[in-house]
Design a protein around this ligand. Sequence first.
Ligand SMILES: [Fe+2]
Ligand SMILES: [Fe+2]
Length: 242
Amino acid sequence: MATRLDEIADGIYRISTLVPDIGPKGFSFNQFLIDAEQPLLFHTGHRSMLPAVADEISRVTPLAGLRWITFGHIESDECGSMNQLLAAAPRAQVAHGALGCMVSLNEMADRPPKPLADGETLDLGGKRVTHFDTPHVPHGWEARVLFEETTRTLLCGDLFSHLGDGPPVTTDDVVGPAEEAEDLFRATCLTPTTGATMRRLAELDPRNLAIMHGSSFTGDGASALVRLADAYDARLLAAVPD
Ligand SMILES: [Fe+2]
Ligand SMILES: [Fe+2]
């Protein structure tokens, strides 16, 4: 498995590892590093991937200088090496929605996490990220996303997950590939609020979608989110008995 590093927006780096034997085309695991006065990592990756991820972080900024460790929800690909990174970066702190801190992270993180309110912004010095709660979207009670204002980049985690070894950034459709992956994995919670939550994120009008599994997207992120919402509403309707 090779790990690569690409700048997908100004000062936002994607660290990507393709695992070739997941699904018919392979599946990538991506971490995003925001290079700012207070560097922020979104997703730590699996614990087993930490040596490769740490090497790539160090090509951009000293690992020991990481300030914020963040992720979309609590699973091993999102936060498996959280505590190893807290040990490697003495000033680093986990920041997550208040609910996730209360339910899990106050106990699981080796140092106390910073709880964030819905809509709360962290000024990173040169970059600004706002936290949004998205409970159960795509999955996990504590699910959340981050929006980086200066580049209009939505760090959208498992939303738009798709298979294959695509380019670091695409302008092609990402909704069709996400539907193909959903057919295979059934990873997203189908609830009456799934589509509405995605439409709320579309109001941010993102220019870039930092997607955890697959290529990042540049273009009309709002339109992509609305079409994804429509696709999930259709799945929900199809699943409900007449
Ligand atoms: Fe996940
Ligand atoms: Fe994931």
